[in-house]
Design a protein around this ligand. Structure first.
Ligand code: ADP
Ligand code: MG
Length: 599
């Protein structure tokens, strides 16, 4: 085998990775692959198994990481590795972590377009179909495209190996794997890639990350630049709404932040503390909150929310009738010991397979706090009213209330837990007493009306009496016992044969073992690939959990591994996207198989 000089360094590195012996066994010349494909032409489909493994040619490694057993099964996993000498992309494009993520995101999108032009093979099942998991409105780290330490671009694809009936189409496969794929890969090499656009992509993502730091340093939970377009074209579209009223900051909240590549940017900074977003129905309250919750991720150029920047530790919480809650001490919100049917049971922690609107919201708040949330977002549209507030008349009428509402603890959350809150409240003026910042939306325009709200609060007292923390339990997290999941919590085996079942069903549901994990309340997940990543991470947690490690530490460990070794290492399927520890932890908390030890 003659290895061209320009590839030698790359191959040496690859060899070092797998060990020399192993390398020679697994890494073979692409010409050999071509011969093999001709050989198996017309054989039963299973013969494709023989092409599994890594193959290399002049400028590229082609690896068949998983070969499908049937033309109608999930397509094969194919990896294309382009060494740096081959793709030639300037190192400046991946000089920082945000840049690297954004470059890979961009490359996957470009490859997706090139792959769409690959000519159909016209065989059975998914024959000849090539796809890559490219992103939507957000820029996310994905296993579909990663840069290796040596600067090689690694593209992970799905390829339907061509078949006629259930017979191998070896020649079509050779054309596909040895001509069409490398040609599509040319589209992401420096000679053909739009480097200016790639640069814009990477610098935008880097500035988004920088603004997250700047905002935090300035005591802001989020920043929205003037001129941003927040509403989407429809409830099911991620595209910006045409003709929308552009965002404009109220003067009193206007701040200017420095970026690294786009000069100073001016817009609204929402300070830490309690913020109420109010306004009439249909004036844009939910739209504003949704923009804030999506600002944890950078958005692609042209999205309209490129300069919506939210603290990465912000968590949207909501009520979820019917969810499972496992071993959560719901004080101070709920007097668990006085819930009907609980009399005489010991321990303040609640475990239920069917939480109510209010208990589920209380659990979501306390679980998010336990996982390290720095700010909570709530929308009255999706929050149980009885957990938000109890007005003077209800206080007079209902004596045996088990709930002590959020309104009496929201300031304490900030003071003791360091947790800010942004609430959309259109119907309950009692919250004006608790707010540091009050925003009013009128015809999609934001006004800051704190002064007026305080005057109104003085003129029209609510007459409600503040309700003390139930059971006198502090919200301070340090004083709450840590919840430690058992390894068995993550058992994904199913049926009598004990086959592991972990399958994403759209953006909001994960089949896991015997049950279904409902992720509908994790509104900050934006991509089905994140749900798949949660599935893979839950299995990983099954290995890491020992019943003595707190949940927060556990999810942190799993994600550290991902950051160090890449998503692909976690699970070789090419459709995973990075999730936050906060979302992974929230998924764990919703597992119906969760078992908790407290210490
Ligand atoms: P609310 O929560 O106050 O009832 P929404 O946020 O649901 O209101 O918004 C109501 C409608 O107004 C939605 O269809 C949304 O797309 C649209 N909308 C929101 N913000 C704007 C804007 N800045 N310009 C134009 N339309 C908007
Ligand atoms: Mg609304």
């Amino acid at each position: 085998m003659v290895v061209p000089r320009r590839c030698r360094k790359f191959l040496d590195a690859a060899r070092a990775r797998v060990g020399a012996l192993e390398y020679h066994r697994r890494v073979r010349d692409l010409e050999e692959l071509e011969r093999l494909l001709r050989q198996i032409d017309g054989s039963g489909y299973g013969a494709y198994k023989r092409i599994a493994g890594e193959w290399y040619s002049r400028g590229l490694v082609l690896a068949l990481d998983r070969v499908q057993g049937d033309p109608f099964a999930a397509a094969s996993c194919v990896r294309l590795e382009l060494p740096q000498q081959e793709h030639g992309l300037p190192e400046a494009l991946w000089a920082s972590r945000p840049r690297r993520v954004a470059l890979c995101d961009f490359v996957a999108r470009v490859f997706a377009r090139a792959a769409a032009n690959i000519r159909e093979v016209g065989g059975s099942g998914g024959s000849g179909r090539v796809s890559i998991d490219a992103g939507g409105a957000e820029i996310l780290a994905r296993s579909a495209c990663e840069l290796t330490e040596e600067g090689a671009l690694s593209l992970r694809l799905r390829v339907g190996l061509p078949a006629r009936g259930r017979r191998v189409m070896g020649r079509a496969a050779a054309t596909l794997l040895l001509r069409a794929l490398p040609e599509a890969a040319m589209a992401v090499c420096a000679a053909r890639l739009d480097l200016e656009r790639a640069r814009a992509w990477t610098l935008l993502a880097e500035d988004h990350a920088r603004l997250q730091e700047e905002a935090r340093a300035r005591g802001l939970v989020c920043f929205i630049r003037d001129g941003s377009v927040l509403p989407r074209a429809s409830g099911v579209s991620a595209r910006p709404l045409e003709g929308a009223v552009p965002f404009e900051s109220p003067a009193s909240l206007r701040v200017t932040l420095e970026t690294s590549h786009h000069g100073p940017v001016t817009g609204m900074g929402v300070p830490r503390g309690v913020t109420v977003i109010s306004g009439g129905g249909f004036h844009g309250k939910t739209t504003l909150l949704e923009a804030i919750q999506s600002g944890i991720d950078p958005h692609i150029p042209g999205d309209g929310r490129e300069w919506v920047v939210t603290d990465p530790e912000v968590v949207k919480v909501r009520s979820e009738d019917g969810r499972a809650v496992t071993g959560v001490d719901l004080r101070p919100f709920i007097r668990v010991e006085s819930l009907p049917g609980r009399a005489g049971r010991s321990g303040p922690a609640l475990t239920t397979r069917d939480a109510s609107g209010s208990t589920s919201l209380a659990a979501a708040i306390l679980e998010a706090a336990e996982l390290g949330a720095r700010c909570l977002l709530l929308d009255e549209d999706t929050s149980a009213t009885n957990l938000l507030v109890r007005d003077a008349r209800m206080q007079a009428l209902v004596q045996r209330e088990t709930i002590s509402p959020l309104i009496d603890h929201v300031r304490e959350l900030g003071a003791q837990g360091g947790i800010s809150t942004i609430l959309v409240i259109g119907g309950c003026g009692d919250y004006l007493d608790a707010a540091d910042t009050v925003l009013l939306l009128e015809d999609y325009r934001v006004r800051e009306v704190g002064e007026r709200a305080r005057a109104i609060a003085r003129e029209l007292p609510t007459r409600r009496s503040p309700e003390a923390s139930t059971g006198g339990v502090p919200l301070a997290l340090a004083e709450r016992p840590a919840r430690c999941p058992s390894a068995a919590s993550f058992d994904a085996r199913r049926g009598s044969r004990g086959k592991e079942t972990v399958r994403a069903r759209g953006l909001r549901e994960l089949a896991f073992g015997e049950g279904t994990l409902d992720l509908g309340a994790l509104e900050q997940l934006v991509d089905e690939s994140q749900v798949r990543a949660i599935g893979a991470l839950l299995r990983r947690l099954g290995r890491l959990a020992d019943g003595r490690t707190p949940l927060r530490v556990l999810v942190g460990r799993a994600l550290e591994e991902v950051d160090a070794r890449g998503l692909y290492h976690l699970d070789p399927r090419p459709e995973l996207a990075r999730v936050r520890a906060l979302d992974l932890g929230a998924a764990v908390n919703r597992l119906r198989s969760l078992e908790i030890t407290r210490n």
